[in-house]
Design a protein around this ligand. Structure first.
Ligand code: ZN
Ligand code: ZN
Length: 164
Protein backbone atom coordinates (compact mmCIF):
# COMPACT_ATOMS: atom_id res chain seq x y z
CA UNK A 1 0.00 0.00 0.00
CA UNK A 2 1.52 3.29 -1.11
CA UNK A 3 0.75 6.66 0.45
CA UNK A 4 1.29 9.76 -1.63
CA UNK A 5 2.89 12.40 0.58
CA UNK A 6 3.46 15.03 -2.07
CA UNK A 7 0.33 17.03 -1.60
CA UNK A 8 -0.24 16.43 2.11
CA UNK A 9 -1.10 19.53 4.07
CA UNK A 10 0.31 20.02 7.58
CA UNK A 11 -2.70 18.32 9.00
CA UNK A 12 -4.23 15.03 9.99
CA UNK A 13 -5.34 12.89 7.08
CA UNK A 14 -7.13 9.57 7.51
CA UNK A 15 -6.88 6.85 4.89
CA UNK A 16 -8.77 3.58 4.63
CA UNK A 17 -7.95 0.74 2.31
CA UNK A 18 -8.60 -2.96 1.90
CA UNK A 19 -5.61 -4.80 0.46
CA UNK A 20 -4.65 -8.38 -0.27
CA UNK A 21 -1.74 -10.09 1.45
CA UNK A 22 0.46 -10.60 -1.64
CA UNK A 23 3.31 -8.64 -0.04
CA UNK A 24 3.70 -11.21 2.75
CA UNK A 25 6.08 -14.13 2.48
CA UNK A 26 4.33 -17.42 1.74
CA UNK A 27 4.48 -18.82 5.28
CA UNK A 28 2.76 -15.71 6.65
CA UNK A 29 0.31 -15.54 3.76
CA UNK A 30 -0.96 -18.98 4.79
CA UNK A 31 -1.90 -17.52 8.17
CA UNK A 32 -3.14 -14.17 6.85
CA UNK A 33 -4.76 -14.89 3.48
CA UNK A 34 -6.48 -11.48 3.54
CA UNK A 35 -8.12 -9.20 2.78
CA UNK A 36 -6.44 -6.85 5.26
CA UNK A 37 -8.32 -3.76 6.42
CA UNK A 38 -5.89 -0.88 6.82
CA UNK A 39 -6.60 2.41 8.55
CA UNK A 40 -3.85 5.02 8.56
CA UNK A 41 -3.81 8.38 10.31
CA UNK A 42 -1.14 10.52 8.67
CA UNK A 43 0.15 13.40 10.77
CA UNK A 44 2.53 15.67 8.88
CA UNK A 45 4.63 18.24 10.65
CA UNK A 46 7.16 19.85 8.33
CA UNK A 47 9.51 17.23 6.90
CA UNK A 48 8.41 14.67 9.49
CA UNK A 49 5.43 12.42 9.03
CA UNK A 50 3.86 10.19 11.62
CA UNK A 51 1.83 7.17 10.55
CA UNK A 52 -0.59 5.63 13.02
CA UNK A 53 -1.41 2.35 11.33
CA UNK A 54 -4.17 -0.06 12.31
CA UNK A 55 -4.45 -3.44 10.61
CA UNK A 56 -7.35 -5.85 10.98
CA UNK A 57 -7.92 -9.19 9.29
CA UNK A 58 -8.90 -12.78 9.92
CA UNK A 59 -6.07 -15.13 10.81
CA UNK A 60 -5.98 -18.84 10.05
CA UNK A 61 -4.05 -20.91 12.58
CA UNK A 62 -3.54 -24.55 13.44
CA UNK A 63 -4.09 -25.50 17.08
CA UNK A 64 -0.89 -26.73 18.79
CA UNK A 65 -2.84 -29.26 20.86
CA UNK A 66 -5.58 -30.75 18.66
CA UNK A 67 -4.12 -29.75 15.23
CA UNK A 68 -7.46 -28.41 14.00
CA UNK A 69 -7.53 -25.36 11.73
CA UNK A 70 -9.35 -22.37 13.17
CA UNK A 71 -9.97 -18.75 12.27
CA UNK A 72 -9.71 -15.83 14.66
CA UNK A 73 -9.70 -12.02 14.42
CA UNK A 74 -6.24 -10.45 14.20
CA UNK A 75 -5.40 -6.83 14.94
CA UNK A 76 -2.17 -4.85 15.11
CA UNK A 77 -1.19 -1.23 15.63
CA UNK A 78 2.01 0.64 14.87
CA UNK A 79 3.16 4.23 15.15
CA UNK A 80 5.93 4.94 12.68
CA UNK A 81 7.70 8.25 12.24
CA UNK A 82 9.40 8.90 8.94
CA UNK A 83 11.53 11.82 7.92
CA UNK A 84 12.20 13.25 4.50
CA UNK A 85 15.84 14.27 4.25
CA UNK A 86 18.06 14.63 7.29
CA UNK A 87 17.15 16.68 10.29
CA UNK A 88 16.84 16.93 14.00
CA UNK A 89 15.19 13.55 14.54
CA UNK A 90 17.84 11.49 12.76
CA UNK A 91 19.38 10.03 15.91
CA UNK A 92 16.13 8.44 17.01
CA UNK A 93 16.35 4.81 16.03
CA UNK A 94 12.63 4.36 15.37
CA UNK A 95 12.64 7.06 12.70
CA UNK A 96 12.93 5.86 9.10
CA UNK A 97 14.72 8.26 6.77
CA UNK A 98 13.72 8.81 3.15
CA UNK A 99 15.66 10.87 0.60
CA UNK A 100 14.68 14.41 -0.33
CA UNK A 101 12.21 14.34 -3.19
CA UNK A 102 10.35 11.24 -2.00
CA UNK A 103 6.79 11.51 -3.23
CA UNK A 104 5.21 8.36 -1.88
CA UNK A 105 5.83 5.95 0.98
CA UNK A 106 5.29 2.22 0.58
CA UNK A 107 4.00 1.08 3.98
CA UNK A 108 4.12 -2.66 3.16
CA UNK A 109 7.35 -3.13 5.20
CA UNK A 110 5.60 -1.57 8.21
CA UNK A 111 2.57 -3.84 7.73
CA UNK A 112 4.90 -6.85 7.50
CA UNK A 113 6.57 -5.82 10.76
CA UNK A 114 3.17 -5.43 12.46
CA UNK A 115 2.19 -8.95 11.49
CA UNK A 116 5.51 -10.52 12.56
CA UNK A 117 5.48 -8.72 15.93
CA UNK A 118 1.90 -9.77 16.71
CA UNK A 119 2.06 -13.29 15.30
CA UNK A 120 1.25 -15.68 18.18
CA UNK A 121 3.94 -18.02 19.47
CA UNK A 122 1.33 -20.40 20.84
CA UNK A 123 -1.80 -21.24 18.86
CA UNK A 124 -4.79 -22.66 20.67
CA UNK A 125 -8.24 -23.11 19.14
CA UNK A 126 -9.58 -22.27 22.60
CA UNK A 127 -7.97 -21.81 26.02
CA UNK A 128 -9.28 -25.11 27.37
CA UNK A 129 -8.55 -27.23 24.30
CA UNK A 130 -8.13 -30.81 25.52
CA UNK A 131 -5.91 -31.86 22.63
CA UNK A 132 -5.36 -35.32 21.22
CA UNK A 133 -4.84 -38.44 23.35
CA UNK A 134 -1.26 -39.66 22.79
CA UNK A 135 -2.45 -43.25 23.27
CA UNK A 136 -5.45 -43.68 20.98
CA UNK A 137 -5.37 -40.47 18.94
CA UNK A 138 -8.88 -39.44 19.97
CA UNK A 139 -9.64 -35.73 19.63
CA UNK A 140 -10.64 -35.22 23.26
CA UNK A 141 -12.70 -32.12 22.42
CA UNK A 142 -15.14 -34.28 20.48
CA UNK A 143 -14.80 -37.86 21.70
CA UNK A 144 -13.75 -39.74 24.84
CA UNK A 145 -10.40 -41.49 25.13
CA UNK A 146 -10.63 -45.20 24.23
CA UNK A 147 -7.34 -46.34 25.79
CA UNK A 148 -7.17 -44.72 29.24
CA UNK A 149 -3.80 -43.11 28.46
CA UNK A 150 -5.14 -39.60 28.97
CA UNK A 151 -5.39 -40.25 32.71
CA UNK A 152 -1.64 -40.79 32.94
CA UNK A 153 -0.01 -37.56 33.92
CA UNK A 154 3.57 -37.41 32.51
CA UNK A 155 4.75 -36.00 35.87
CA UNK A 156 3.67 -39.26 37.56
CA UNK A 157 5.66 -41.22 34.99
CA UNK A 158 8.77 -39.29 36.06
CA UNK A 159 8.05 -40.01 39.73
CA UNK A 160 7.62 -43.72 39.08
CA UNK A 161 11.20 -43.94 37.80
CA UNK A 162 12.41 -42.82 41.21
CA UNK A 163 10.17 -45.23 43.09
CA UNK A 164 11.63 -48.26 41.31
ZN1 ZN B 1 -7.33 -27.27 19.81
ZN1 ZN C 1 -6.63 -42.59 24.57
Amino acid sequence: MKINIQNLANNLVELDDVIDSDFLSESYRNHYPGPLKIHVVVDKFGSDIRFNIHLATEAQYQCDRCLSLYRTPFEARLTQIIQIGEGKLKDEEDVVLYPVGTTEIDIDPFLMEMIILNHPVKMLCRDDCKGICPGCGADLNHEPCRCGAEKTDPRWEELRKFIK
